[in-house]
Structure formats: C-alpha cells, structure tokens
Design a protein around this ligand. Structure first.
Ligand SMILES: Cc1cc2nc3c(=O)[nH]c(=O)nc-3n(C[C@H](O)[C@H](O)[C@H](O)COP(=O)(O)O)c2cc1C
Length: 187
C-alpha cells in the first residue's frame, strides 16, 4: 500500500473486536519502534504491556491506571501498555531533553507498522502517572508518558452513548498551509 494512504488510514479507535493479538505480531510492532531515530541514539523508549488472556493480573492493573473515560472503552482492547521515557542519557546520565520526542518517534513507527498489520493503537494521556510509578515499580530515571490500547478495530458495542457518538465523528486535520511556513513569523 502507498505509505501516505497507510498513514491516512490510521486512526485511534474506541471499539475493538473480540480477537487477541499474537505475541509474535506484538514483537513486530516493538521491532518497528526500536528502529526509530533518537537523539545520540539514546533509545529512551520503554514499554510495559499485558495481554488480557495471558496476563490478566497485570492487564487489570494497567486498566486501573486509566481515567474512567478511557477505561470505559479501553477494557475491550486485548493488549494494554504503558510507555515510558528515560529522563537521562544512559551513557552520560545528562538530562535527555528530547526523550519524549524520541518516544513519540517510536510510537509513530509502531502505529504505522500496526496499521499495516490491521492492528490499531490508541494512545492515551488520560491516566495516573504517579500511580503507574508506584504500581509498576518504575524507577525514577523513567517517566511514564502515555498508555496505549492495542487491538483490532471494530464496531463499538456496549459503549456509553457519548463515546459511541465520538466514534461517528469525522476526522479533521489542519490544512498544510496552517502548519508549514517558508518564512519567519511576522513581527
Ligand atoms: C499523547 C496523546 C494522548 C491522547 N490521550 C487520549 C486519551 O486520554 N483518551 C482518548 O480517548 N484519546 C486520546 N488520544 C487520541 C487522540 O484523541 C486522537 O489521536 C486524535 O483525536 C486524532 O484522532 P486519530 O488518532 O484517530 O487520527 C491521545 C493521543 C495522543 C497522541
């Protein structure tokens, strides 16, 4: 498939069909993530994930970190994940100013790899990062950044009505002329 079309077809669904993701497929998605560019090749991205069928205890723990709104739809996803960024470079222990940026690059790779495999990622900022640190024993040098629900997108059923309506809305984007400029800002 043409890459631009693949990128445009990616979306963040709030409905998932009842189908598990194979561990091998998940590993392919992580593989796409680890080949992202990063500042000084620092590779700050880390992930803690759980399959609902294979690791229900950790899955429930992850679900419990989310705000209620996200729990309402994400509980249908077969895999949940927390993403983390290392706050210091491993080599120098200096502040890693671009660690969230670099994690984002990995997530972009992972989203598109997943899309090519028919799997959807839905990234979330709505979770309790302090609780994540406690519950998952995350060392200080790592910062929880997002949570992610992964699954095969499907018609949302048993969703609260407000979330169901959100799913029907058209996806919108700014025009290119609103985001890319070939001159400095006007004074
Ligand atoms: C960092 C980040 C945080 C997000 N947080 C949430 C969230 O807490 N809950 C949610 O339902 N969607 C969340 N989203 C999904 C966005 O709402 C979604 O990406 C955006 O509306 C564009 O839709 P699309 O991904 O389908 O193109 C988040 C996305 C990103 C990248």
């Amino acid at each position: 498939m043409d890459i631009l079309n693949l990128i445009k077809s990616r979306r963040s669904p709030r409905g998932f069909v009842d189908k598990n993701i194979n561990e091998e497929d998940l590993i392919k998605i992580f593989d796409a993530g680890r080949w992202a560019a990063s500042s000084f090749n620092g590779q700050p991205w880390r992930f803690i994930y759980a399959h609902r069928d294979k690791n229900p205890e950790l899955y429930e723990k992850l679900l419990d970190l989310m705000v209620e709104f996200n729990q309402a739809w994400a509980k249908a996803a077969p895999v949940l994940m927390v993403t983390m960024a290392r706050c210091k470079y491993e080599l120098t222990e200096e502040d890693y100013k671009h660690s969230w940026h670099d994690l984002g690059l990995a997530m972009g790779n992972m989203s598109i790899m997943a899309e090519a495999m028919g799997i959807s990622l839905h990234i979330m900022g709505g979770f309790n990062s302090e609780k994540a640190k406690e519950e998952l024993n995350i060392p200080d040098k790592f910062e929880p950044v997002t949570m992610v629900a992964l699954g095969y997108a499907g018609q949302p059923t048993n969703l609260p009505l407000d979330i169901f309506k959100m799913e029907q809305q058209e996806r919108v984007r700014k025009e290119i002329k609103e985001i890319a400029f070939n001159k400095a800002f006007d004074k």
